[in-house]
Each structure stands twice: as C-alpha cells, then as structure tokens.
Ligand binder design. Sequence first.
Ligand code: HAM
Length: 425
Amino acid sequence: MAMADFARPRGTYDIKPSETPAWQAVEDLARTLFSHYHFEEMRTPIFEHTEVFERGVGDTSDIVQKEMYTFVTRGEKSVTLRPEGTAGVVRAFVENKLYGGPLPAKLWYLGPMFRYEAPQAGRNRQFHQYGVEVIGSSDPRVDAEVIELGARFLLEAGVADARLELNSVGCPVCRAAHRAALIAHLAPIRGSLCADCQGRFEKNPLRILDCKKDRDRPEVKSSPRITEYLCADCQTQYSAVKHNLDVLGVSYVEDSTLVRGLDYYTQTTFEFVDDRIGAKSTLLAGGRYNGLVEQLGGPDMPGIGFAGGVERLLLARAVQEEEEGAAKIDAYIVTFGSDLTIFDASLRVLSLLRKAGVTADLDYAGRGVKAQMKTADRLGARVAVLLGDEEVANGAVTLRDLMTKEQNQVSEDACVEAVLALLSR
Ligand code: HAM
C-alpha cells in the first residue's frame, strides 16, 4: 500500500507535542475568562441529527447546502458532524429544559467542528471553535457584554488589534420590507447572479450581499441596506447596543453589509477581523438569534453568542509576534503611481534620508497606496513620505505624521530637515 493511503485527510492536521502548549493556553483562557464572566461550560455531541443543522443553521446557508459531513449510520437516521456549536447548544438547552432554570443561561464551549470547505491557511475541514451563548434575554446590555467578552478574549490571547465590525440585520418584520426592496433592486440582474444566489433569490436575498462571487458587483454594492429598514424596536435595540459598547469603551465600525453566513441571525451581528492573516480574516464572529430556540422546539426565547476559531487565533498571534520582532523604521516612502519621475524622486529622497541617519525604506513590489500605507504602519514608521505627480511637479514631497495624521508639503531640499524635526517631536 502506498504511503499516501495513510496520510491524514485534506484540511486536517496533527497538533504536535511542540504545539500543544499553545492550544492548552487557549483552552485555559477559555475556562478562566468565561467563568470569570459567569458562563458555564456545555458539552454537546460531535454529531447531531442532520435536521438540527438544517433547521438551526438554515437550509439557504452555504454550510447546509454544501459543507456538511453527513452520513447515515447502519440504516438509522441521517447524522451530521457539527459544522458549528450554536445549533447543538440550543438543541441541548431545549431538550434538557434548561429554560426552566435561571435565565439567561450563559453557556460556553470549545471543541472540534467540521466543514467541507476548500482548505487554505486559516480554513480547515476539522477546526476548533471556542464560543459562548446567552439564552433567555434580549437586554441590549447582554449584547454589549458578549461583544466585550469577545474583544477581551482576543486581547488576552495576545491579538492586539482586531477590528470590530457591527451591524443589525433586523427582525422578520423589518426584514420583510427590506427583502421586498432588495428583490426589486436586484431583479434586473437576477439572471446573471451565480447559481447559489439565483437559488436563494426569493428565499433569502440578504445572503447575496455576502456572496463571495456576487458581492462586489456594482448593482449588489448599491443595494438597499437593512439598516435603512429597521423597525422601531430593532432601531432602539441597535442604538442601545452601540451606546452600551461606548459605555464599555469598546470601539467598533458599523458595516451595513455585514450579513453573516448563517440563517439564524436577527438584530445584532458582529465580526472581529484581522486583515493581517490574509483572506480568511475573521477571528471571531456572532450575533443574536431570537427565533432559534423556538425553531428547535423550545419556547419563544431570544439568544446571542459568538464563536472564534482557535486556528485563526494562533495564526494571528504568530503574525503579530513576527511583526513585533521585526525591525522598526523611521520613515517609509509611499509612491502614487509608477511614473519614472516619481521613482527617481523616491530614490533621491530615500538616499538623502539615509545619509542623514534616518532609517527609511520603500516598496519595491509595486503595491497600491493603501498597501504601502499599511506597510508603513506595520513597520512602525513615524513619517510617511508621499510622492505623486503633484509633488514631483513641485519638486516637493508630502510628509504625513503617522501619529497625529497631519500632513504638509515641503520642498525636496527641505525634506530631510522636516523629517528630522518630526522625529524629534
Ligand atoms: P462562523 O462565522 O461560521 O459562526 O464561525 C465563527 C468562527 O469560526 C470564524 O470567524 C472562524 O474564526 C472560525 N471558522 C469558521 N470556519 C472555519 C474553518 N473552516 N476553518 C477554520 N476556522 C473556521 C459560527 O459558527 C456561529 N455559530 C457563531 C455564533 C455563535 N453565533 C452565535 N453564536
């Protein structure tokens, strides 16, 4: 038998002895931090009856449509390896009648999940999630508590600057109005949407905004936003959540296109994103699911939670540690365009700065301005020296103080002196 027959399946990996301490540290953090916030651990089976996910996660989601590991055991019912934790936890909450106990129930979990996805860095077929669910309260202070706990978890796990994106996807009432507007807006391009989006056009057009294939099309980008259609209750809830986050000092950016890939969400949705780990950049994500408990056979009871991927957390931390270890610089030259005159000026300025003892560098990879600015930040540069057509025409450079964000143009000759002045501030 060839060696390959004994290789691990694609999208899985072994956690080697040298790596287990990092995993144990995340597990310890989950245990201590979640208990500190008065959550209790819940352990549910690794597989559930397939309907739990079909009803829970929703049959228009990518997860249910194409990513589940589903099989029939010896002529019994169809079962599925859990693709996420929420549906199983809610199923267990209902089945064990935890709704009869103290509410809200505050539960946490950590364990392997399974999705048949195309593997890449940070995307595996067996991966691990830590997560929390709060069931039985719609108090917007709970939303803020859950989000703040997510922020705190990432911070304590050693990821310093994940960005929090926030949205409200409303309730069935506001969603109906938005859905009608969305269908009317997208009807003209219906025939040219991807097969998945055509399939969910009537049922769940909101998901088109989140479709990897269609979301960047201008017609999709200009779609009516759910936030413009929120009913009075959902608006009040959303404002209160934002207010509570302000009270807690948690900063966020609102993103009205944040839809999330699972069907159970209502009102608050959020993601913590770290662009440094590449395309698969969401470290932790969640939201409210006010209809889910009832959908899975329980009483009409609201819920909210999040889950984060352990693999992505460890990746983000590794990237950050690498950056922290990287040498810092004083100035970074950012070129707008690839004109020869701009390139010439960039070489002259670079050399002038270095001769004056300023640690400086520039981008040789032909990347866009945004990427260059990001590199400047990542390298800890205090000053960005901007060079474009206008500067070259004026024999000048624009200096941007990356700390105060102030910028001003100075002549190329005065550049070194101005940079030194900035650095000594
Ligand atoms: P999700 O966005 O599907 O949400 O997954 C949450 C997190 O799990 C992602 O942000 C990512 O870090 C990690 N993750 C997901 N898929 C993979 C994969 N294939 N490989 C590696 N990591 C992955 C949920 O699962 C919801 N249950 C979250 C939630 C809890 N909402 C309310 N309560």
